[in-house]
Design a protein around this ligand. Sequence first.
Ligand SMILES: Cc1cc2nc3c(=O)[nH]c(=O)nc-3n(C[C@H](O)[C@H](O)[C@H](O)COP(=O)(O)OP(=O)(O)OC[C@H]3O[C@@H](n4cnc5c(N)ncnc54)[C@H](O)[C@@H]3O)c2cc1C
Length: 487
Amino acid sequence: MPLGFSWSELGVDSARVLVINDEPLPSRREFVLYWCMVNHRAEENPALDAAIALGNHLKLPVAVYQALRPDYPHASDRLHAFALEGMAELPAAYAAQGIPYWLELPRSPREHKPRIAELGRRAAAIVSDLFPAFIIPGHLRGAAKKLDVPLFAVDGSCVVPMQRITEPQIGAYTLRPKLRKLWPEYLGKSLAPRPLKATAAAKKLSPGFALSDAKALRKALDTFAIDHSVPPITGVHGGRKAALATLKSFIDTRLKGYETERNDPGKDQQSGLSPYFHWGQLFPGEAARAVLEAGGEKDPAVQSFLEELLVRRELAFNYCLHTPVPRQLSVDSLPRWARESLDTHRQDKREHLYTLEELDAARTGDGLWNASQRELRERGRIHNYLRMLWGKKLLEWSPTPQEALQRMAHLNDRYALDGRDPASVANFMWVLGLHDRPFQERKVLGKVRPMSSLRTAEKFDLGPYLAKWSRQGDPPVKLPRRRTARK
Ligand SMILES: Cc1cc2nc3c(=O)[nH]c(=O)nc-3n(C[C@H](O)[C@H](O)[C@H](O)COP(=O)(O)OP(=O)(O)OC[C@H]3O[C@@H](n4cnc5c(N)ncnc54)[C@H](O)[C@@H]3O)c2cc1C
């Protein structure tokens, strides 16, 4: 116990905590800092709870610091609007707990002054978020070099702390029984706010403009040096209020029948919650509890939702936790059968090879693919079933599997509100065989699971989907005769 305390002694599940450096606690400081990068919420947040527990132990107040830089990869009006709408709610949410919230909101990279080293000189310790993908691990490593106080990353992303599963998993079938055993320990518990004993009189950093009005906020986007060609989605708002409203509407109107209708693109019966999980505006444990309360454990719709939320999602985090960021999007990280099979077929003639520009503009010879790419561009998401098909076609239409991965990441992460997430990374890799099994060998894909637009059209009534997302000039989608044709 070189720190002089143990997390479990403070009532914090030590499986949630990753110790980033080995600095000792300094003798006198002003506060414990929660450096929020991922979990943009003041409730049901294990990282904030850990900071409060440590603050209480040290008899220090807690302060929260967050920076939204304009130069993260794919920064755009769409992503900034969603994030800022969430941040607008935070000063009041933290104030209600007696915690000051400092937001650094530079308009351009030149304006951005990283403050973590400066705050580190005032803090007794820094608690941040454990998120094993994108730019977050690099930020933590960079900060650790500059700090002489302890730095911890706490898992506020998964219901079962990702570090409890100590091995990389082969697939959902190996992870599922392990998680199910642990659910009783984690699923029932709501994360009651931990009262803070000392309150801070810490100096507030100015956010630059009032963040409380969503309309004004969207207008202010022009003043940021970000990509203005990807607009916010009309009618879709970020933030905890919007997250809880979406959860309620899912339970009230889309949960019944979810187990059978979720896959049908014409029905649009998914929860729509993934952007709120990605931006940390909702804890998956809250969604799981609400759905369990509404439907009961035995309800097939509830079971099916928990499978997606608690097994598939946490499988993605498991992959990223056990794969260093530079290797996460690499054919070298695929299971051996997939790597070898794709390699055997690397010289196969591709039926179509589209440029990234053609793909981005939804100009391919496949009308259904074009429709799903348009949904991604205009709605910031793709229906779950078609998202799989969307990825598979990119694998077929790219010169190499590695380039297919890069294209998926570029297109998805540019437009999707839930992009740049462990669930993005693991699913791009799933398209190439990760967490899957071999299928009958064929050209280009080798033994990797195939998917076809024609088969999709046979399976589902695509009429309603195509009516929404097809445009004049798209090649017609061959629909089985009993299906409705597109407009
Ligand atoms: C090529 C490809 C790219 C993808 N990119 C992303 C991405 O960028 N971000 C993202 O969150 N998901 C991604 N997914 C997974 C999945 O498509 C989305 O999580 C889901 O469609 C989100 O919609 P929803 O919230 O309405 O899902 P629901 O059906 O309501 O599911 C509930 C929750 O379960 C989780 N979930 C569902 N399916 C999966 C899955 N296959 N893997 C991991 N978690 C899952 C999500 O957190 C989701 O919000 C991708 C899948 C594919 C095939």
